[in-house]
Design a protein around this ligand. Structure first.
Ligand code: SAH
Ligand code: SF4
Ligand code: F3S
Length: 441
């Protein structure tokens, strides 16, 4: 019996890929462990999106090497985006025995078998077809309620700052029926929520050999029809691609959650152009207006980058004013980090000084803190149905779960169990939690 330990970094796609890797290797007799010291194989499923994500992995490689010294024969592998980006240069460290990119997980069994102290193994080939459609992932979530399902892989956009198209390859959509089967399967095992994952879910398009085509709106409908008790979420939507059909499908099904993660990146048209996002500020605001006219209470979250190449104070003010105007519930906010090989790294100097990036990011965070608080406060007095996820981290004896709009609610346990739906009324809020009481409908 061999023990397998995996640490997962980066986005939800990586979480989902780790579940695919466990599934592939469990078939080979590997057993999951949460203890690095017990592991025969230590894998890090890595992220390259910003330099600090990679720096963290270098630190972990040092720790893995110490574990290997304590337990000889342990194999150390780097998989995922950083494996794809750095390829054989990762082997130069002499600390790593295996390097496998995101499209080579089916080959992990052979690769692991072939490793000897003198011959580390590498497979970083990207594929135009691989979607792991037939692999039934081993769920690693803690609550048994909420599952990720990858619906596509790769990305065909070339946002100039972004390394993902290089680490994940070309976009491909997974067989729609295999997605529905996977969702049915998790539902039958007690899960009550699935999150459909892709870098740009709105461009999902699957064609069967018989000529049937399924776009993202129809896929959403297919998954929503499995059972009204199964909630459907999805991420990430691209502002250039999110269609009225998708928004209308969300509105048509009660169990499709009313939340859209719509990364804006910048509020300045000049920078959006330079980032190659292929939309303008006006387009973005029009999409938000459309979403709100069709789904008035739709939760909206975003990603913002501060200090992209040549960003001026005026560009920065455009970002602040867009955030002020939209009033996102929540945002992921980052300083621009130049990624080698991207279009921006080749064409534009990373010329905003670190202290300016930092000051602007702090202004963005401060503004978002205020807008987030306003958004959460507006929900006080409202009633929501929440899916119980587990005990609240902060308040003993309380439970937590999200409302359809993705806001986290905390409420008394009553007779509720994890996986139940609860009706609540919001009594007060912080900037990231709604404090609720239970109600009977
Ligand atoms: N596919 C998604 C995002 C994937 S990466 C989309 O298009 O929205 C997640 C987020 O990381 C991005 O939205 C962006 O805000 C941020 N990001 C990507 N590259 C970055 C870089 N080089 N520096 C800083 N942030 C970056
Ligand atoms: Fe990166 Fe743009 Fe693709 Fe998102 S859409 S993964 S930001 S290239
Ligand atoms: Fe990171 Fe790769 Fe996801 S670079 S954000 S783990 S697609």
């Amino acid at each position: 019996m061999k023990h397998l330990y995996i640490e997962t970094y980066g986005c939800q796609m990586n979480v989902s890929d780790t579940e695919v890797i466990f599934s592939i290797l469990e078939k080979e007799g590997y057993v999951r462990t949460d203890s690095m010291d017990e592991a025969d194989v230590i894998l890090a499923n890595t992220c390259s999106v910003r330099d600090n994500a990679e720096q963290r992995i270098w630190g972990r490689i040092q720790e893995f090497s110490k574990a290997k010294k304590r337990r000889s024969g342990t194999v150390i592998g780097i998989v995922g985006c950083m494996a794809e980006r750095l390829k054989d240069s990762l082997l130069d460290t002499h600390k790593v025995d295996l390097v496998a990119g995101p499209d080579s997980y089916r080959h992990l069994p052979e690769l692991l078998r072939a490793i000897t102290p003198d011959s580390p193994q590498i497979d970083v080939r990207l594929s135009h077809e691989e979607t792991y459609a037939d692999i039934n992932p081993v769920r690693t979530d803690k609550n048994g309620v909420s599952a990720f399902i990858s619906i596509m892989r790769g990305c065909n956009n070339v946002c100039s700052y972004c390394v993902v198209p290089y680490t994940r390859g070309a976009e491909r959509s997974r067989d729609a029926h295999s997605i529905v089967r996977e969702a049915c399967d998790v539902f039958s095992r007690g899960y009550r929520e699935v999150t459909l994952l892709g870098q740009n879910v709105d461009s999902y398009l699957w064609r069967s050999p018989e000529g049937e085509t399924v776009n993202f709106a129809s896929l959403l409908g297919m998954v929503a029809q499995i059972d009204p008790q199964l909630r459907v979420r999805f991420a990430t939507s691209h502002p250039k691609d999110i269609s009225d059909e998708v928004i209308e499908t969300m509105a048509a099904y009660e169990n499709i959650c009313k939340h859209i993660h719509l990364p804006v990146q910048s509020g300045s048209n000049r920078l959006l152009e330079k980032m190659r996002r292929k939309y303008t500020r006006e387009w973005y605001l029009e999409r938000v207006a459309r979403i709100r006219s069709i789904i008035p209470d739709c939760g909206l979250t975003t990603d913002v980058i501060s200090g992209f190449c040549s960003e001026t104070d005026e560009d920065h003010r455009d970002t602040l004013s867009l955030m002020e105007e939209v009033g996102f519930d929540w945002a992921f906010m980052f300083q621009y980090s130049e990624r080698p090989g991207t279009l921006a790294a080749r064409k534009y100097p990373d010329d905003v000084p670190p202290e300016v990036k930092n000051r602007r990011l702090n202004e963005i965070i401060e503004l978002q803190g205020r807008k987030g608080l306003e958004s959460y406060r507006r929900d006080v007095g409202k009633r929501f149905t929440v899916l119980v996820e587990g005990p609240s981290k902060r308040d003993q004896g309380m439970l937590c779960g999200r409302a359809s709009n993705n806001k986290m609610c905390v409420f008394p346990a009553g007779n509720l169990r994890v996986g139940d739906y609860a009706d609540v009324e919001v009594e007060s809020s912080t900037s990231a939690t709604l404090i609720c009481k239970l109600i009977t409908k």
